[in-house]
Design a protein around this ligand. Structure first.
Ligand code: ZN
Length: 100
């Protein structure tokens, strides 16, 4: 009757989509320690999330270079985030913010 998964591997319950959606928070240092550990734990053990984490980190650097600040304008960031979310399901991520 008790069909519960073994307790304390909490981050294994995170699914990749949720992790990828939260990676921005991680990059921006906007999440608390617990969330950070869960995310990092998952990313380190999950090649595809690790790959996307790398992409997003580059993206963040690109944005800060382009916009001359730490944060992208809200519109741009939201758009990129949506793009990323959409491309998560397709395994190929093509991000073009170099073409203006
Ligand atoms: Zn993952």
């Amino acid at each position: 009757m008790s069909n519960e998964p073994n307790g304390d591997s909490e981050f294994e319950n995170l699914d990749c989509t949720a992790v990828l959606a939260d990676i921005w928070l991680l990059l921006d240092n906007e999440c608390d320690d617990g969330a950070r550990q869960r995310l990092e734990g998952h990313v380190n053990g999950c090649p595809s999330c690790l790959e996307h984490y790398g992409i997003q980190r580059q993206l963040k650097e690109l944005i800060s270079r382009k916009c001359g600040g730490e944060h992208a304008p809200e519109g741009l960031r939201d758009r990129l985030r949506m793009e990323i979310r959409r491309s998560v399901t397709i395994r190929q991520t093509t991000i073009r913010i170099d073409s203006e």
